[in-house]
Design a protein around this ligand. Structure first.
Ligand SMILES: *Cc1c(COP(=O)(O)O)cnc(C)c1O
Length: 367
């Protein structure tokens, strides 16, 4: 595995609002991520101008949208002297994987409470990859008993032995994590000012735990970008909704205020746009529109989508073309899936040797 080489460029947020430099932060990501014109794909879909913000390239060890959040989350954990980080996610969780990889890299011990999800090849790869970080893994029996099991596991396994635990909620969507995407909006503003891209009328992004969306909404407002951010819901409404998004944005705003930023805009529920029509039947369950988007991106661009998040998000661009008159608009698709190569990690793991007993069953059946 190669060493992660974060760029030394100062964060756009810190450059623009110097008082925020006192916010705990650690460089993990390769920033700024490129922004590219998708000419062929745009004309295929019928968008006047289609761009991609390539957060797939946000990290060498692992990319996607979680790295930006972890810069502030792990930065805070280190600043507060924690030794172990603890988080939750489905067995194929990108967030759990990103957290484990970067926690190890900065010298923190990763621990994950997993819950099952339908097993796919992607899930198996992520499970193997997370094992390469030698994390503490615990498996809850299902999503519904998770809160109880979180409590039990916390009490039994860790609080007795290691009390020095920094907790990161699912998806990394706590207020410090949201700052990663406030910064991302300032980063886009700089790229527009440098002429690397145009001011988008619309930004489309997948919304799960809503931290990415919340950060972009607050950040775009603060940076003075006249852009509508459109979240495409890919998780149940109980997790993905405008109330949670606005709440997260305002909590992140509070951190910025505590670090000297004045005139933080208040984000209300009506400031949040979330599309419900691309979710389909369930989290992780592919939709026809999502699969069509996957195929179209593969045919006309080098943007690689998957069915759970990014396929559904991109399907919304195709699906909203008429309603939002995208033939006369500038559209930015914010890509949130890691493009990092995990093959060395995956090859280093032996399922029978390295995964805890309860996990063996995820590798037994033919897919
Ligand atoms: C986690 C994730 C998301 C959702 O981001 P949130 O901040 O949780 O809304 C979108 N796309 C991919 C690929 C992800 O892994």
């Amino acid at each position: 595995m190669t060493d992660s080489k974060p760029s030394n460029a100062p964060l756009a947020l810190f450059e623009t609002l110097p008082s925020t430099r006192t916010i705990p932060h650690i460089s993990l990501a390769t920033l700024p991520t490129p922004v590219k014109h998708l000419e062929k794909l745009g004309s295929e879909i019928g968008c006047r101008s289609l761009w991609v913000k390539s957060d797939d390239q946000s990290g060498t060890e692992y990319g996607g949208n979680k790295v930006r959040k972890l810069e502030f989350l792990l930065g805070e954990a280190l600043a507060q002297g924690y030794k172990e980080v603890w988080t939750v996610g489905a067995i194929g969780s990108h967030h759990a994987l990103a957290t484990a990889i970067y926690a190890r890299q900065v010298g923190l011990r990763p621990a994950v409470l997993h819950f099952p999800q339908p097993v796919t090849e992607h899930v198996r790869k992520n499970l193997k990859a997370i094992c390469s970080t030698n994390p503490v893994l615990t498996l809850a029996s299902n999503k519904l008993t998770l809160p109880v099991e979180v409590g039990k596991a916390k009490m039994k396994q860790w609080l007795s032995t290691a009390q020095n635990i920094y907790y990161i909620p699912g998806g990394g969507s706590s207020p410090p994590g949201v700052l990663g995407y406030v910064n991302a909006a300032f980063e886009l503003k700089q790229q527009i000012e440098r002429g690397e891209t145009v001011l988008p009328d619309y930004i489309f992004v997948a919304a799960g735990t809503c931290g990415t969306l919340a950060g972009l909404i607050l950040g775009a407002r603060m940076a003075g970008l006249d852009t509508q951010i459109i979240g495409v819901r890919v998780v149940d409404k109980i997790m993905t909704n405008a109330a949670i998004t606005a709440h997260l944005a305002n909590k992140a705003g509070k951190i910025l205020r505590a670090h000297g930023v004045q005139d933080i805009p208040h984000i209300s529920i009506s400031d949040v746009t979330l599309l419900d029509d691309y979710f389909g039947e369930d989290y992780g369950k592919p939709t026809d529109e999502g699969m069509e988007a996957l195929g179209l991106c593969a045919k006309c661009s080098d943007v690689v989508l998957e069915p759970t998040y990014t396929g559904k998000a991109f399907a919304a661009i195709i699906g909203e073309r008429e309603r939002l008159d995208l033939a006369n608009k500038n559209v930015l698709y914010w890509h949130t899936l890691s493009g990092a190569d995990l093959s060395a990690r995956i090859a280093s793991v032996d399922v029978a040797r390295d995964l805890p007993d309860g996990y063996q069953k995820f590798f037994e059946d033919d897919l």
